[in-house]
Design a protein around this ligand. Structure first.
Ligand code: SAH
Length: 228
């Protein structure tokens, strides 16, 4: 069974978005993964198809109603426990490459996109939604966050990336940022490609790349080095 993503959203037309292009798009067409976008509004319980209401206790904005979202989840994910249920949320645990890898090994994911001020806490608890953040900033909705998460996951699925190796030596895979890259021309605006890279000496090249990766990580992301 290919990886099956179900996204619950008020804007299903935003999917597959950029994932319909390039390698992920071709993989989608081939059936190497599957994406369903479910309109939350279809599960409204009133004539006006209301999905949100004012926050209890007052304050700005609107909150997604728990009853409507619960109906949507129960319909979209009739086999709870099979696929992780995620809620895109700035309060969530920040997404990491390790989590992305774990998700790519799962049968799929059920992803809820918030809008407005957020989602009623009771449906988060009752339906076991795991909050996932894509960074310490606020988007206007969960859709670009869901697309970002799926982008990172889908490129790891079997058959999606043509060159299997280009998933291995990358930033974060070994806890380091990646070394710099060079290609032709040999000299660009008076700057040559580092000599070691054209030496043909594979061990020296490996050592140089490792050194560069370490130096970059130390300079830019020392927090990665102190992670166990
Ligand atoms: N009032 C909320 C922000 C709501 S933003 C708060 O302060 O926490 C509206 C929706 O956008 C959220 O429900 C969430 O689904 C999505 N969103 C915003 N920023 C996000 C982020 N950094 N990561 C993941 N989802 C995010």
């Amino acid at each position: 069974m290919p990886f099956h993503a179900t996204v619950l959203t008020l804007y299903p037309e935003m999917f597959p978005g950029h994932l319909g292009h390039s390698l992920s798009g071709k993989a989608l067409e081939r059936g190497d993964w599957r994406l369903d976008a479910v309109q939350i509004r279809d599960f409204a319980v009133d004539r006006h198809r209301t999905v949100d209401d004012t926050p209890a206790g007052g304050g700005a904005g609107m909150v997604l109603r728990p009853d409507v979202l619960a109906r949507a989840i129960d319909h979209a994910d009739p086999e709870p426990g099979l696929r992780p249920r995620l809620l895109m949320s700035p309060r969530g645990r920040p997404l990491t490459q390790a989590r992305v890898r774990a998700l790519a090994d799962a049968p799929g994911a059920v992803i809820v996109c918030g809008r407005f001020e957020g989602v009623d806490q009771r449906v988060i608890d009752a339906r076991g939604l795991e909050e996932v953040s894509i960074g310490d900033y606020i988007l206007s909705g969960g859709e670009p966050a869901a697309l970002t998460l799926l982008d990172a996951v889908v490129r790891l699925l079997p058959g999606v990336m043509g060159n299997a190796l280009s998933g291995v030596h990358e930033s974060f895979e070994d806890g380091l940022l990646e070394h710099p890259h060079y290609t032709r021309p040999q000299v660009f605006e008076d700057v040559p490609v580092p000599a070691v890279l054209t030496s043909g000496h594979h061990a020296a090249i490996e050592a140089w790349r490792r050194e560069q990766a370490l130096a970059l990580t130390r300079a830019r992301r020392p927090d990665l080095l102190s992670r166990s």
